[in-house]
Design a protein around this ligand. Structure first.
Ligand SMILES: [Mg+2]
Length: 268
C-alpha cells in the first residue's frame, strides 16, 4: 500500500468512527439526593476505623491525660481520688455498629443498639486501657458514667472486663438514671471522692454547662471553658455522633436532616 492509499484508508476509518458515534443522550443534570446522614455515618466510621490520624488523636488525648494526672498527684487531697469517664467512643469503640447501620441506610435506633451491645464485643479506643490501668496503679479509682441503659449492665461490664479495665464492677458503673444528665451522678461521686479528671467524647460527659444542648450555647460554653481542655477535661474525637449532631439538626425542626446539612454548612 502506497502512502496515498494509506492516508485514504485512515480517513475512511476516521470517518466511520465519527459517523458511528452514539448520539448524545445526556439528560439534564439532576443532583442525586443521597442519604447524607446514613452515608455520612459510613464516612465517619471509615475515619474512626482506618485513619491513623484518629488513632493518633486518641493517643494524644490519653498521653495528655497521663501527664496531667501526674501533675494532679503531686497535690494534697482529703478524699480518695477519682477519674470519671464516659464509655462509648471514650473507652469502647462502637464503629462496627455505625457501619452496620450505615450499610443498611439506617442510623441509631434503640433495638439495633441493644443487639450490638449485647454482644459485649466492642474493641477499645486507642490508649484507653493503658491510661486507666496507669491511673489505677496510682490508686486513682475509675468511675464509668454512661448513658447506656441499666439493662445493659452485665454486657457492659463483660466488655470492659474483657480488656481488664480497672474498677469494672457494679460500684463503679453508673448507668442511665431518670435523666440523661450526668451531673447528678458526678455529684454522687463527689460525696466520697475528689474528681481530678473527666474523660469523654461528648462535652456533656465533662460539664453541666453542656446539658443545655442548644447549638450556640455549646460553642459559647466551650470558649468559656477553653483552659479546661487538655487539663481536667480530656476529650476524645468522635466524628460519628453526639450532642453536637443533635444540636445542629435542632436548628430548624421543620426541615429534614439532609436539608439542614445542605443549607447550613458554609460554602463559598
Ligand atoms: Mg460517648
Amino acid at each position: 500500500m502506497n502512502i496515498r492509499n494509506s492516508v485514504l484508508l485512515i480517513c475512511i476509518i476516521f470517518t466511520a468512527c465519527v459517523s458511528q458515534k452514539a448520539p448524545s443522550t445526556a439528560a439534564p443534570s439532576i443532583p442525586v439526593q443521597s442519604n447524607l446522614v446514613a452515608d455520612g455515618k459510613l464516612f465517619t466510621a471509615m475515619y474512626q476505623q482506618k485513619a491513623a490520624e484518629y488513632k493518633a488523636l486518641c493517643f494524644q488525648a490519653y498521653n495528655i491525660a497521663q501527664l496531667r494526672l501526674d501533675q494532679f498527684l503531686t497535690k494534697q487531697y482529703t478524699k480518695p481520688l477519682a477519674i470519671v469517664t464516659d464509655i462509648d467512643e471514650t473507652v469502647l469503640d462502637n464503629s462496627p455498629y455505625a457501619v452496620k447501620q450505615g450499610l443498611a441506610g439506617e442510623t441509631f435506633d434503640e433495638k439495633s443498639w441493644n443487639e450490638w451491645t449485647s454482644l459485649a464485643n466492642a474493641d477499645t479506643v486507642p490508649g484507653a486501657c493503658t491510661f486507666f490501668r496507669y491511673a489505677a496503679s496510682k490508686k486513682v479509682e475509675v468511675f464509668y458514667v454512661t448513658n447506656r441503659a441499666e439493662s445493659d449492665r452485665p454486657q457492659t461490664l463483660k466488655n470492659l472486663q474483657r480488656y481488664n479495665f480497672p474498677n469494672a464492677d457494679d460500684q463503679h458503673l453508673l448507668l442511665l438514671t431518670n435523666t440523661s444528665s450526668k451531673e447528678p451522678r458526678r455529684q454522687s461521686i463527689l460525696q466520697t471522692h475528689e474528681i481530678v479528671m473527666l474523660c469523654g467524647d461528648n462535652l456533656a460527659d465533662l460539664s453541666v454547662l453542656y446539658d443545655d444542648k442548644k447549638f450556640d450555647s455549646r460553642l459559647k460554653n466551650t470558649q468559656i471553658l477553653a483552659a479546661e481542655f487538655g487539663n481536667r477535661f480530656i476529650v476524645l474525637p468522635n466524628p460519628n455522633y453526639g450532642d453536637w449532631e443533635n444540636a445542629f439538626y435542632n436548628l430548624d425542626k421543620s426541615m429534614s436532616k439532609d436539608s439542614i446539612i445542605r443549607s447550613r454548612l458554609i460554602v463559598y
